[in-house]
Design a protein around this ligand. Structure first.
Ligand code: ASP
Length: 340
């Protein structure tokens, strides 16, 4: 009798264990069907009245294609690393954005490119600052992450390393667009005529690009690429290639890519601050991102915004400027925005 009862109890336990395991499997499957990607094409004084219908369409089309590229990879089970790099390559190749082709000019009339990428699964990162010869700077950042013992390379050395990695080289004229050249001329003129009243980065439209993706395996990757700020001097490097300032990713919390006045983003360690607020205070992604951009940074006078997503595919895109080119995909859901 006792023996039979024990067997019955044991079988019941086994049944319960199996069924609860099954529930877990279903939940895992449902969760692993999740993927999301969020991107920006820069923040700044982007106002509807200043953008023609054709310009608005050109930006919307470029952002839509970028979302197509990334979501196709993620939907088919590709990695967030692949989605971020391929999407950023598209944005770097577009002359509309301040990254790769179409990058802004330095004071001396050159293009100096910054990029970074971070992997949330193991906190590995790669970055390059002030490179001049690589067609797609995000690939240089990826090469630093994957094929070197360093995290951050700058200047001629970073160009040399990237060339040794076999990355495509582009001549200086490749990066040049008339629009960015004219912006530099305008600022140089103002600098000359306004004297002490000249505010170097007032009213800037930044135009950096950044992408954060969450793949079906639950891995977050964040990347950012830029030409920096028009009229930058003395090999200035901004926040975009600085891990923790312009870019950050941690599978446990979130991935972040920033855009705006880089000096503020470096001093306030903005990208890492979002992750830290979530980790230490237990607040949501939305609360952390909003607080940092719209309260902390705004109060300090730092203009810009960020895009971020967390491990559950929640998305935040706060900015304290009139506009930010932005968009996201989450499963079948898609959004694109430009103005506030
Ligand atoms: N954050 C970039 C920099 O300061 C500029 C931008 O976001 O467009 O270099």
């Amino acid at each position: 009798m006792f023996y039979k009862a024990t067997i019955a109890a044991f079988s019941l336990c086994l049944l319960w264990a199996c069924s609860s395991n099954q529930t877990q499997d279903i939940e895992t499957l449902q969760k692993s069907a999740d993927f999301a990607m969020v991107l920006h094409g820069g923040a700044g004084t982007i106002l509807k009245e200043n953008l023609s219908e054709a310009q608005e369409k050109a930006y919307t089309d470029a952002l839509n294609t970028a979302l197509d590229i990334g979501s196709e990879i993620l939907k088919n089970g590709g990695t967030s690393m692949d989605a971020v790099t391929k999407t950023i390559i598209h944005l770097e190749n577009s002359p509309l954005f301040n990254a790769g082709k179409g990058a802004v000019f330095t004071h001396s009339g050159t293009n100096e490119l910054d990029a970074s990428i971070m992997r949330g699964s193991d906190l590995e990162a790669g970055a390059v600052g002030g490179i001049k010869t690589i067609k797609n700077p995000i690939l240089a950042a990826q090469a630093v992450l994957e094929n070197s013992e360093h995290v951050f390379m700058a200047g001629e050395g970073a160009d040399k390393f990237s060339q040794e990695q076999g990355l495509e080289i582009a001549p200086p004229e490749y990066f040049r667009t008339e629009r960015r050249w004219n912006s530099l001329q305008k600022i140089l003129e103002q600098e000359k005529t306004m004297g002490a009243a000249f505010e170097p980065f007032q009213d800037s439209k930044y135009g950096t690009v950044g992408v954060v993706a969450l793949d079906k395996a639950g891995n977050i990757v964040a990347g950012t690429s830029t030409g920096g700020m028009t009229n930058k001097k003395y090999n200035r490097i901004g926040d975009s290639p600085v891990i923790g300032a312009g870019t950050y990713a941690d599978n446990k919390t979130c991935g972040v890519s920033c855009t705006g006045h880089g000096e503020y983003f470096i001093r306030y360690a903005v990208a890492h601050d979002v992750s830290a607020m979530m980790a230490y205070k237990g607040v949501t992604l939305q609360e952390a991102a909003d607080h940092i951009i719209n309260k902390k940074l705004k109060k300090a006078g730092g203009s810009g915004g960020l895009v971020a997503l967390d491990k559950d595919g929640n998305i935040a895109m706060p900015f304290n400027t009139p506009g930010m080119y932005r968009g996201y995909v989450r499963g079948e859901e898609r959004f694109i925005g430009i103005y506030k």
